[in-house]
Design a protein around this ligand. Structure first.
Ligand code: DX5
Ligand code: ZN
Length: 222
């Protein structure tokens, strides 16, 4: 595995009574970006956090903030998340009938431009917009909750996206999101992902944040 792997701890599984510390633990342990899951109870069944939390996290870390919008009509909120300090934003293909326009707005807001795709959405649906993207988030679970099992049927899609990006000479970040643990991390990286989003593998009662990050790094560096 030759590509440089980055790790994005997802604060969805953090202890929210001490969110600032948990973010700083991830930074101190070598996390590369902080993943923030925004859910609206419509696009996904769960409700989580909004720009207020992004703004709070912005104050406690210098790491880039990777904001994952699992919301309907994401275009209505792009400005708010950019103002709150998001460095890159991913909106869902399935929630965006005017995806091209939303991506242009994200570029104008000077945010990294990302699209997330659910497990049932083919990689090919991104072919027309791929050149506009910095990031694709491949959902390796159905979005909505932490701690779900990785869906191995998403692996061919990662391979396909990497091939599409390479065919265009594009340095695309392919993030995998959901069920990332040591073993699945390795499979995802081998398939062509280069960013591991991990919630419950990093934030857990069973080990420290540092141990969680170290285990993921070791799994992909062998
Ligand atoms: C799920 C979120 C993920 C979540 C992953 O819808 O998008 O970012 O935090 O959690 P784990 O790593 O526990 O599967
Ligand atoms: Zn996410």
């Amino acid at each position: 595995m030759t590509n440089i792997v980055r790790i994005a701890p997802s604060i969805l599984s953090a202890d929210f009574t001490r969110l600032g510390e948990q973010v700083q633990e991830a930074e101190a342990a070598g996390g590369d970006l902080i993943h923030i899951d925004v859910m609206d109870g419509q696009f996904v069944p769960n409700i989580t956090m909004g720009p207020l939390v992004v703004r709070a996290v912005r104050r406690v870390t210098t790491l880039p903030l990777d904001v994952h919008l699992m919301i309907v009509q994401p275009e209505r909120h792009l400005q708010a998340f950019a103002d709150a300090g998001a460095d890159q934003i991913s909106i869902h293909w399935e929630a965006s009938p005017n995806l091209h326009r939303s991506l242009q707005i994200m570029r104008e807001l000077k945010c990294g431009v990302g699209v997330a795709i659910n497990p049932h959405t083919p990689a090919g649906f991104l072919s027309e917009v791929l050149p506009l993207l910095d990031v694709v988030v491949v959902m390796t679970v159905n979005p909505g909750f932490g701690g779900q099992a990785f869906l191995p049927e998403t692996l061919p899609k990662i391979r396909q996206l990497r091939a599409m990006a390479e065919a265009g000479g594009q340095p695309l970040d392919i993030e995998v999101d959901g069920g990332i643990q040591a073993e699945t991390a390795r499979a995802a990286i081998e398939a062509g992902a280069n960013v591991l989003i991990a919630g419950s593998a990093i934030y857990s009662d069973r080990h420290s944040v540092e141990e969680g990050i170290r285990a993921l790094r070791q799994a992909v560096s062998k």
